[in-house]
Design a protein around this ligand. Sequence first.
Ligand code: CA
Ligand code: CA
Ligand code: CA
Length: 511
Amino acid sequence: MRLPSVWQAPLLLAYLGLLTAGICVPTFAENAPNDPHYSKEGSWGQTYADQWALQQQRVYTDIAPAPAQQDVIVAIIDTGLDYTHEDLAADRLWRNPAETKNGRDDDGNGYVDDLIGWNYVDHNNNPWDLSGHGTHIAGLIAACTNNGIGIAGINPDARIMPLKVANFAGQARSSSVAAAIHYAVEQGARIINLSLAGETITELEIQAAEFARQRGVLIVVAAGNRGIGVDRFGYAALPGVLVVGASTHDGNRAGFSNFGAQLSLLAPGVEILSLRARDTDFIALSQPLDYASEDAVVGEGEHYYRASGTSFSAAIATGIASRVLARQPELSGAQLRQLLIQSAADIAPPGVDQLSGYGGLDYIAALSTRPGQYVQARLNTASLELIDTQLWVNILGQAQGDEFASAALQFRPAAGSIPIVEETGKKKKKKKKKRDAEPADPYQWQTLASFDNVVDGQLGRFEVNTLTRQANGSTQWDLKLVVTTTTGVEREARMSLHLPVPDAAEVSDES
Ligand SMILES: [Ca+2]
Ligand SMILES: [Ca+2]
Ligand SMILES: [Ca+2]
């Protein structure tokens, strides 16, 4: 494996001298962006568009794009940035207005000559990317659009603040991540992209995320690529963050994408084309068995790279979020997060679920969703409680909305879960009858309770045996919560519940 060497990092000062030449002026005619990869497909033999994620989000096919109100500073806490890339314009980088290159900390923020960001790995002002991971993320958000080169970025009004916390192998110290979050918030970033893996989080990081939340800054995190539950897992557990999993180009969840109650939504994360930092090949660093060196490099000049992972899903969500924020700069981070999850396109099973969260990121829907159009239906947990000899189930969740009208909790036996009782002959007869007379479907939804707003707490408490009888003896149920607003918006959440099989006596008692 060829490791990037330090001499490859250009002198930041020398480069900054050239910065004025790098201006990216997006022109938004009716035409599609002229970046070659935007309209190409099959560049690595695939049957879909090179930039399928932008096509799917209809970033540049928006019929009447509202003009951006202002630039949005996006901090990328990652492996750094190849700021000399041909498809990154210098004017798309954040520039610290209060700092000059003079060996002094002009703005007194504790960082000497922090001109475009900071390198927390080497403790200097040059956040050069030796991995390529951070540059890939930056390119998705802010590659120069419509310059006739390479790819189109998602948000021409984003300004990138690279904060290098991870070395070429992607390893980062938690104290660096916490410091970088503070830096980003203090220096005016509105969104922070945090596509780093990690199983545990520290108190420092939790405090930093809380600081960001209080200051109205949205942190977008990657759900992770291990195909496991993300509850209390790594950065997904930070307060107020948007947790992004990966979807494939046909809109399904990618198998490697972590899931769980903390997942907010899915965004494209498979075969994502973006910028390649000079001489890097970060997929090779993780040494996958089926990967041949530089296989993921795309384009004749070898300046582009395709990769899969929730890191890039988070980057796409960050790009879309920053695009929305450029048009609605008054939104707080919490409002922006709410708007993105509320406008996500539901992915089966219906409603909020652990595999896809609120569904797939949907830029066009996010643009037309009013921030006040908040309606929440969530089933969080169902816990069992034995009181004397009776087993009760407590169902906890959220049912609320700005224009709340009503909420109902329903249940039904899970498909095929009604036990077959001994008289099989009788059963068969019943089935025949069903075709003729269409008696009530034993698997239909039954309403358990209707209620008012539940901000976060108990939706209902039910005696298990009563429900088991109502479910024809089934102990495997589907639960459904439906919340409706006065404006006719309906949101639902589903959960399956498997109960311990009750005493045979109790079941036969009924039959
Ligand atoms: Ca400074
Ligand atoms: Ca200085
Ligand atoms: Ca371009």
